[in-house]
Design a protein around this ligand. Sequence first.
Ligand code: FAD
Length: 561
Amino acid sequence: MEVPVALHPKGNGLSLRSLQVQRLGPGPTDLAPRSQDASLAGLAGLAAASFARAKAAKAKHRRRSLAEDVATAIEEVTNTAEDALLHLSRLPAWLPGEKTVPEDAGGTRKRRVVVLGTGWAAHAIAKIVDISKVEVCVVSPRNYFIFTPMLAAASVGTVEYRSILEHIRSANPTIGYLQGTCKSVDFEKKELVISPYPPGVESDFNLPYDVLVVAVGLRPSSLGVPGVDANCLFLKNIEDARRIRKQVTQNFEAADLPVKTDEERRRLLTFLVVGGGPTGCEFCGELSDFVKNDLRRFYPRLAPLVRIILLHRGKQVLPSFSGNLQTAARETLENQGIEVMTSASVSQVDAEQVHIQKEDGKMALPCGLTVWAAGQIGQDLVREMHQAIPEQQELAQSEAKGSDRQLFVDKWLRACGTDGSVLALGDCARMEHEEPLPETAQVAAQQGAFVARLLNRQYDLTQPVPVLESSEKFDLAHITKRPEASPFRFLDLGRLAYLGQSQAVAELGLGSTPVSETKGLAAFVLWRSVYIVKQVSFRNRVLVLFDWIKSRLFGRDLTRF
Ligand SMILES: Cc1cc2nc3c(=O)[nH]c(=O)nc-3n(C[C@H](O)[C@H](O)[C@H](O)COP(=O)(O)OP(=O)(O)OC[C@H]3O[C@@H](n4cnc5c(N)ncnc54)[C@H](O)[C@@H]3O)c2cc1C
């Protein structure tokens, strides 16, 4: 009889299958049937004990992680209360003519923090950072923040572009902002080379820093598929959304011309979306709403020719959701007439057709518009930083198959291989020795808030574990806060995806503990409520609400510009 895997000291994971194999396998011939039975019974007993141990260990782990998640949630609540007080103290800065930058009470030079980016991570820092403790300058080619979860809605006019943007200075009038792109970093001199935006108009300049926060995100990638850059539209920023909206209306107008053949009309009205993640699914849902609720009214002759196809490489769309919701999402999309093509990939994109590789062979699909929501790569700056920091290259080799799309960071989000003065967060960062966190706004915003609090509490980031800087002054932080900074811990609150026709899927949780799964209209109501609450300002909340009402009452705007 084979030695069962479960008898190994670490082998408390004996599976039923291995137990059956042992029972059926040939036993030693000198064993009488009774003793064979006894040994099998003993084995089964061992296996049962092993199962029980594994179950108890799992339950203990679940209890511990739930306890940790609850503690993190409570800490989040107290932190948010602290942030609210900070916002109140910042109110005078909103008054015209008021001095916007508070005086440095101690007379000592404040740490100069340069934040690269105006995305989710950088915006969270800008909102929460206390300018009386540090001097903050945000650098980004984009002087605004985008509420990306509603970009798909903006790309078909359910909401207006400006309703989901916030000027970075409005996020916090007390911070500095420079419109430019960081080209390179001199870690020795602690200096950046900034190229003002738009490029080629003003000359580059140097910007010194004490603490550098890299939050430059990722950018869309063609994944090496020929023709994608030239013939597809991406959905990453406002210009992309504008281009998509223009192209959809343009295709309808072109298809309506009397000179077009039916075959040409069908091609123009075939919309292919590549990538079955939340972005691809949500865009399909929004596009389907646009076609069904608005375009069908004005182009009744063309409506039957419209095809929306969602192509996904994996077996199920929405891979980050539970199996039940994946199936529900697929059914919801298909019920609206969206064709869902799974286990398929694109091998080439031409101007008027897309070459698709499916399990059962190849096909060429004539297309009027292909939206590519299938992959992201790192920013050039991050790649350069990898090259300049040997430890980053080593970690990339050992943990990311050589990929340099993200900077490796420690538990306090300090870039590995630096002296603690460089932090990286959001999509462009990955924690060393840990499973990568999802590349989502939720992670980026939590990390931004975490970094802002590290800076506000003036932790010394050069120490192995950041500690409160010694201060002779009375400082509340020394009494209320931990002398050693707690590491970053992501609190996963779940995920939502809109699928069109007032249907959505929602998976709520607290850390690793699932709380509820909802689909259909209830999930849609939840989706809208969460997105209204999550808007970054009262102004945006009002604008989005009015846009929803406006598009429901009067339809979406079909003008092409
Ligand atoms: C269409 C769409 C829908 C999404 N929906 C969801 C959702 O529903 N839920 C969710 O959790 N997540 C969602 N995401 C993902 C989420 O938007 C990202 O995870 C998030 O934006 C990452 O934030 P970030 O701050 O790391 O980077 P980004 O938000 O990408 O910001 C990067 C910033 O860096 C700037 N920058 C780039 N290079 C430089 C440089 N060299 N110097 C200075 N600045 C630079 C950019 O201009 C930008 O301001 C969605 C994303 C998209 C595109």
